[in-house]
Write a protein of this length. Sequence first.
Length: 190
Amino acid sequence: MSEMHAHIAHQIMSLREQRVMLDSDLAALYGVETKVLVQAVKRNMERFPVDFIFQLSPEEWKALRSQTVTSNSGRGGRRYPPYVFTEQGVAMLSSVLNSPRAISINIEIMRTFVQVRAMAATHQDLARQLAALQDKTELLAMSHDTFSRNTRNQLKKVFDSLRELMTPPSSASTPPSAAKHPIGFLPPQN
């Protein structure tokens, strides 16, 4: 990724489940003041439906300001929440800001959006693969635990049976009818 693409990619953010760029960041890239960019858009609002551009809510703007270093309102900073442009909105800006610089910057921004989308898809694919691997590992561990527990129980039964067979019967537990008789042939006694 070139230095310009890296700079642009850093300015692309996710808001309302969309990738967007702030009006002030775009204005800086195009080399115009933010108010000039916003005025050009307002003069051509028919080109910018709500899925191309939207203004941040005061809560979103406050949250964004707390994440970035921006001046507070009333001290020379912005007094209204910024507009943000989706990828389609940025593409439409090239028809409103029709300068050679705006066209070349717009091309770079579009290429960067494509790269960011490709990287996000790769990350999502890796996240899915990682989740599947984790699920398989957990199933294998549970299966192993069950197998291990069953095997231990079976081996315990085998050892208990072997111990029982190895233990000599006690004489107190032998019934009188089972008294031992000599085995073999005895000659008759006179």
